[in-house]
Design a protein. Sequence first.
Length: 87
Amino acid sequence: VGALVMAPTSHFFEMQMERALPGNAAREIAGKVLTRVVLAPCFLSLSFGSLALVRQRDVADAVRSSVWPAWKTGTLFWPAISVAQYR
């Protein structure tokens, strides 16, 4: 799932975001980090939904039960990593 779904999707997203917000000034970094935080539920839904399909489980239930807790936890951690990545 990671190599077939998430990697190409994430790569495309990062390329488009770099086109929209080029550079590494504070304003661009803030925009990129905010974009990642706002769109994270979409990527989490894709990830958990894909895994549910592979495991032949209910996709809606997997997304409903997993996305919100993962987003809350990730929002505490990933923005700081993103700032370091975009510098």
